[in-house]
Design a protein around this ligand. Structure first.
Ligand SMILES: Cc1ncc(COP(=O)(O)O)c(C=O)c1O
Length: 456
């Protein structure tokens, strides 16, 4: 008789025949068969054909409650009718004018209205481009070379951010990254203000510090508002720019992002994901005196050399209209609050299952996110310990790479739920009570299967 886990695997194989065929075929065309590292999945990923609201359907017709949410860009769910209509109408009017257009202005005005730090806005193609541009601006503005980053915080995949996230935590260069680049990044332990203060006291070549303001990986390694306030204070004292990477938190934790919620004004903010309503797009927003380094005339007047920035798809009309429609809904409804309430119910439900199954796992998180800590050493850690950010981030990250996580995701998929590999998920404003119930039930069935197999 098949064991529980191999039964789950067998079920996965049985349910996803077409996905498996496509995954095998993809090996000949795409490195590793995938187009984004986070989509790597063993034995093979599922192929999605369509999505609506909180759900998506794979190539074999299986339905999933989706907590990947377009990598977090879909606060309003898949194929939101208003966004879909606005984009369709725009497609008929053209996707690229190679010229200025009113939509980019309206989009920027919405960002200015919602994000407290947005004195001026420059659109980019992605979040990665936004952090890259912010680093260049910070270096040009201050005349200093080094950027401070917090270990495990993700800021996209460009060279200045491609180490000290999932590996190379000692700051050494990951393959393809020049040592001259890593030499100009100072990696700091997350959440340790004293160490950060020391860094600034001992080095006067730091241009800026960048942070995911609710913590690394959607708050998986949480950062407290107190830490952010201290960071603002210390950076101001040392004349170091504070960069909030609100690619995830922007328009999610509140319409004004983390800065609006916590009342902290960074010098520059990086945005993407929800900003563009599920289409490609990013932006930096920030202080006029810094952003003017992108302004040809202002630089001319000030006798400064402008910094270079291009990008074929910056503020393209399709992304702009999707972004405008999304941000208007975010501004005028309680979409952020609904998504956060839903995640709170999921955290509560999953923790109830964990208690019933007498496991040492913990589900924690803030706002519209939930994180599952598999606690491999069965430590007496509480949800509050994890939420406080005081628990060792290395343990959290090591647990995320444990074999139990892969099995958990297979089990959840077999029971019709797709979660992120952190492991965890992010909710939207359109997830329903039925979705929450199905998720909790899928979790219980999966844990029982894993227990039965002797994996827990
Ligand atoms: C916090 C954060 N910053 C930057 C990025 C990079 O954004 P993009 O994938 O649009 O390049 C991401 C992407 O997930 C992110 O989570």
């Amino acid at each position: 008789m098949a064991t529980a886990v191999s039964q789950l695997l067998e079920d996965y194989h049985r349910r996803t025949v077409r996905s498996r065929q496509l995954a095998e075929e993809a090996q000949a065309s795409l490195p590793g068969g995938i187009t984004h590292d986070a989509r790597y999945f063993r034995p093979y990923p599922i192929y999605i054909e369509r999505a609506a609201g909180s759900r998506k359907w794979d190539a074999d017709g299986n339905e999933y409650v989706d907590y990947v949410g377009g990598h977090g860009s879909l606060l309003l769910g898949h194929a939101h009718p208003q966004i879909a209509k606005a984009v369709q109408e725009q497609l008929a009017r053209g996707t690229h004018y190679g010229a200025c257009h009113e939509l980019e202005l309206r989009w920027a005005q919405l960002v200015q209205r919602l994000m407290p730090s947005a004195e001026l806005v420059r659109f980019t193609g992605t979040g990665t481009e936004a952090t890259l541009l912010a680093f260049r601006l910070a270096r040009a503005f201050t005349g200093k070379p080094r950027i401070a980053r917090f270990n495990t915080h993700f800021h996209g995949w460009h060279d200045h951010a491609a180490f000290g996230v999932g590996s190379h935590h000692d700051g050494s260069p990951s393959p393809g990254v020049l040592p001259e680049i890593t030499d100009n990044i100072a990696l700091c332990p997350p959440g340790d203000i004293e160490q950060f203060r020391r860094l600034l006291s001992e080095h006067n070549d730091i241009a800026a510090v960048i942070i995911e303001p609710t913590g690394a990986t959607w708050g998986q390694v949480p950062v407290t508002p107190e830490f952010l306030h201290q960071l603002r204070k210390v950076t101001s004292q040392h004349n170091v720019l504070l960069l909030f990477d609100e690619v995830v938190t922007g328009f999610r934790v509140s319409p004004g992002g983390a800065q609006g919620l916590f009342g902290i004004r960074p010098d520059m903010t990086m945005l993407a994901k929800i900003l563009a309503g599920g289409l490609p797009g990013g932006a930096i927003a920030g202080r006029r005196d810094i952003m003017e380094l992108l302004d040809i005339d202002a630089c001319g007047r000030q006798g400064r050399e402008k910094i270079s920035h291009h990008g074929t798809y910056n503020a393209n009309p399709a992304s702009a209209i999707a972004g405008i429609t999304t941000l208007e809904i975010v501004a005028e409804t309680d979409a952020c609050g609904r998504a956060s309430d839903c995640a709170a119910r999921i955290r509560e439900g999953l923790n109830r299952v964990i208690r019933e199954e007498e496991l040492a796992w913990r589900v924690y998180g803030n706002f519209s996110n939930f994180h599952i800590y598999t606690n491999p050493d069965r430590e007496p850690v509480t949800v509050a310990d994890l939420d406080s950010g005081s628990f060792d981030y290395r343990k959290i990250k090591a647990a995320a790479a444990s074999p139990a996580v892969g099995k958990l995701r297979i089990g959840m998929r077999v029971h019709g739920v797709d979660i992120f590999g952190w492991p965890g998920g992010s909710t939207s404003a359109v997830h329903t009570e039925e979705d929450v119930e199905q998720t909790v039930e899928a979790f219980q069935k999966t844990l029982r299967a894993l227990k039965h197999e002797g994996d827990l």
